[in-house]
Design a protein around this ligand. Structure first.
Ligand code: NAI
Length: 437
């Protein structure tokens, strides 16, 4: 079934200097409505307003009719994790160009339906890397000095000055499982504090500093005084640390999980802690987490000695919120301004240059037509037949597809753009066309 074409949207980009005069149909930026919900960090709105967009902010999530109403004239919607963008919301937002998730996950958006409508969804998977790495380092020291235990004891009135089981971290071995964005940052910070760093990853990784990649998880577990987990939740990491792995750890070692709750078998860990095989643990993530504040939390590791429990706050810092805002608005503005879909989680990624072509000393601004279509045979042939028939001078053409849709971008001479734009809207299996004059 053909989806209705959204209202045509032609507007100048951020690059106005030296540009060909905008056509009479150009869409002014201050009429592009960007709706930011859930108290997205104010830096995001500041950047978008400085670009000239019309930005509307709401402190809370919207739902039901209020969300449908707000979305009905929005060109861009920015949310965090509490607003659900269903097919119904997408259908109620005929002008919607793109969606920004100012967080890591995108489960709250029906990304497949958005793809079917040619609406890229962006998120920010790595803006809180440093925050998680710093929490991990804090926990390495805290576990080695039983900091939380001692503090809680003293609040109760217990004065315990004993040094037994307390260690400097200098010279001790940190084993990092998963040497990606976070794991490699932890590696750098740990080495700066004098730790010896080993890591295990399923793919060969460039070791930073003096860190050393080991061949097996067992080797890492047997050699590390503290093991910290930084792997994604996949079928291969489900219960990656279970009874067998705990038995392979050094007696008196510590375990940190700031990755995903499914990675550790908590019953096995609780037994390891009770028996003293594991001297302490820090856990920020759990197999089942409460939906929100006030919901109860129950876990087999509660009440055990030298266990630090935090409510999934590894990435929750003001700095991370700000860098998420900067990252996501950058992706949204780039798509609106020049059509690039780099970093989108649901549509083919196309990384486009600025719309300026240099011919000797003279700069020409090319006109750009963005064409989303269903990924069926013949569409590109049809588009190329139209450009040939109209005698269009194509300066550049870009195409990427995924299994659902194709995204083709044409940079053409300004004189050719209006007629080409009109004709491309008639191509069968077109989802949407947007022109950037
Ligand atoms: P990343 O994708 O950059 O790195 C993951 C690494 O794990 C990759 O190098 C990959 O090759 C490796 N890996 C995958 N499967 C493996 C296996 N079976 N054994 C060993 N290594 C394996 O991910 P990033 O950004 O470093 O995040 C790591 C984890 O931290 C993710 O689970 C993420 O969800 C979680 N996270 C937790 C936060 C919190 O608030 N506690 C905040 C941000 C991320």
């Amino acid at each position: 079934m053909a989806l209705p074409h959204p209202a045509p949207l032609r507007h100048p980009t951020a690059l106005e200097s030296g540009a060909t005069k905008a056509s009479p149909t150009s869409f002014p930026k201050d009429r592009i409505k960007i709706l930011l919900l859930e108290g997205v960090h104010p830096r995001g709105a500041d950047i978008l307003r400085a670009e000239g967009f019309h930005v509307e902010c709401h402190a809370k999530a919207l739902e039901g009719d209020a969300l449908l109403r707000a979305a009905s004239d929005a060109h861009v919607i920015g949310i965090r994790s509490k607003t659900t963008i269903t097919p119904e919301v997408l259908a109620a937002a005929p002008r919607l160009l793109t969606i920004g998730c100012f967080c890591i996950g995108t489960n709250q958006v029906c990304t497949r339906e958005a793809c079917d409508r040619g609406i890229p969804v962006f998120n920010s998977p790595f803006s809180n890397t440093r925050s998680v790495a710093e929490l991990t380092i804090a926990e390495v020291i805290s576990l080695n000095r039983s900091l939380v235990e001692k503090s809680v004891g003293l609040h109760r009135g217990d004065w315990d000055k004993s040094a037994t089981g307390a260690h400097e971290i200098r010279g001790r071995t940190l084993g990092i499982v998963g040497y990606g964005h976070i794991g490699s940052q932890v590696s750098v910070l740990a080495e700066a504090m004098g730790m010896r760093v080993l890591f295990y990853d399923v793919v060969p990784k460039l070791a930073l500093g003096n860190a050393k990649q080991v061949r097996t998880l067992g080797e890492l577990l047997a050699e590390s005084d503290t093991v910290t987990l930084h792997v994604p939740a996949t079928s291969s990491t489900d219960n990656l640390i279970g009874r067998g792995q705990i038995a392979q750890m050094r007696p008196g070692a510590f375990l940190i999980n700031n990755a995903r709750g499914t990675v550790v078998d908590l019953d096995a860990l609780a037994d390891g802690l009770r028996s003293g095989r594991i001297a302490g643990a820090a856990l920020d993530v759990f197999p089942v987490e409460p939906a929100g504040k006030g919901d109860s939390f129950v876990s087999p590791v509660q009440g055990l000695k030298n266990v630090i429990l935090t409510p999934h706050i590894g990435g929750s810092t003001e700095e991370a919120q700000e860098s998420i805002a900067v990252d996501v608005v950058g992706k949204l503005a780039r798509f609106v301004n020049n059509g690039s879909t780099t970093g989108s989680v649901n549509v083919p990624e196309v990384d486009l240059p600025e719309q300026v072509r240099t011919d000797g000393q003279i700069e020409h601004r090319t006109h750009r037509i963005l064409h989303f279509h269903r990924n069926v045979p013949g569409v590109l042939g049809h588009i190329n037949a139209i450009t040939a028939e109209l005698g269009v001078n194509v300066n550049a053409q870009y195409l990427r597809t995924n299994e659902q849709i194709g995204y083709v971008v044409l940079d053409v001479d300004p004189s050719d753009a209006p007629s080409l734009d009109d004709r491309l809207r008639t191509v069968s299996d077109t989802i949407r066309v947007r022109a950037l004059w």
